[in-house]
Design a protein around this ligand. Structure first.
Ligand SMILES: O=P(O)(O)OC[C@H]1O[C@H](O[C@H]2O[C@H](CO)[C@@H](O)[C@H](O)[C@H]2O)[C@H](O)[C@@H](O)[C@@H]1O
Length: 281
């Protein structure tokens, strides 16, 4: 494994030593699931079930922390079945959807979700006009209940459409007291007050984690990276892994390890599971 931060090797060794008290938190799209043009047909990496099962046998808990609605990621990831396998090790799989607003666990098997912010429905009604104004009338609108996302990946010039949409949607969100969450060729509008960083802090407390690994690929993962660095500053062993792509580089400078997309994430998780197993055999 090649480390890109000064203390990456040291942090990795400490995380492996913490082994059974380790929380591994993972983003979904671009990390566990390869990026595809149509979000509705995304699928988890074919090795994920086996790799997560092996890892679960060695660590305290595994969490998927995603911008997707929890129900959607359960279906696309086959995470119900992954949760069954993890439960056999006496461990728990936690899925936090919509940036930590929704929660599912393999112990309770139901999604707990807040009410959608009322301003979202008004924004959805205004979107066709806003997309025309931004010169992107064919951008794809993903209604997520608690949020709405506008995707440009399937447009003729996705990056240019994204750049035109971002200021228009930022202004529309501001007028309605909502927040903007830009991502890989997507602009999402949602309520403020929760992000992956807050979600991660809460998970670490809940599981009394003695170490944390977080793996992500996109701007929505930056608050989680920052939360991990705050935890590191308190002395907790932590490791930050960037699932690298040509599309987003914001996490690179913060990461201890960069791997090549979801294939690289699978290899990293398998190596971590094996190192913890050997260290604690
Ligand atoms: O937090 P994540 O698990 O990374 O979810 C973030 C957003 O991911 C999805 O969009 C992204 O993946 C799509 C499928 O590969 C891709 O087509 C799109 O361009 C990406 O932005 C999802 O559709 C969003 O709702 C999530 O918020």
């Amino acid at each position: 494994m090649e480390f890109s931060s000064a203390d990456g090797a040291e942090q990795y060794a400490a995380v492996v030593r913490a082994g059974r008290r380790l929380l591994v938190a993972l983003d979904f799209d671009g990390t566990l699931s390869p990026i595809v043009d149509d979000p509705a047909v995304a699928h988890i990496h074919p090795d994920a079930g086996e790799v997560l099962d092996r890892l679960a046998a060695e660590v305290r808990s595994i969490a998927v922390v995603t911008g997707r609605p929890a129900r959607q990621v359960l279906a696309l990831g086959g995470l119900d079945e992954v949760g069954d396998a993890i439960a056999e090790h006496g461990r728990e799989l936690v899925v936090l959807g919509q940036y930590g607003n929704e929660r599912w666990t393999s112990a309770h098997r139901r999604v707990v979700s807040p009410k959608p912010p009322p301003a979202i429905s008004g924004l959805i009604l205004a979107l066709p006009h806003l997309l025309r104004r931004a010169g992107a009338p064919e951008a794809w609108i993903e209604e997520k209940g608690l949020a709405v996302a506008v995707h440009t990946r399937r447009l003729a010039d996705p990056a240019a459409a994204f750049e035109r949409l971002l200021p228009v949607l930022t202004e529309a969100a501001r007028e309605r007291g909502l927040s903007v969450e830009p991502g890989r060729l997507v602009v999402e509008i949602r309520a403020s007050g929760m992000d992956k960083g807050r979600a991660l802090h809460a998970l670490v407390s809940e599981f009394e984690a003695g170490a944390v690994v977080f793996v992500g690929d996109d701007l929505g993962d930056v608050p989680a990276f920052e939360a991990v660095l705050e935890l590191r500053a308190t002395g907790l062993p932590t490791l930050l892994v960037c699932s690298g792509s040509d599309e987003e580089s914001a996490l690179r400078a913060l990461a201890d390890v960069e791997v090549a997309g979801p294939d690289g994430v699978m290899a990293f998780l398998a190596e971590l599971a094996e190192d913890v197993r050997i260290r604690h055999a």
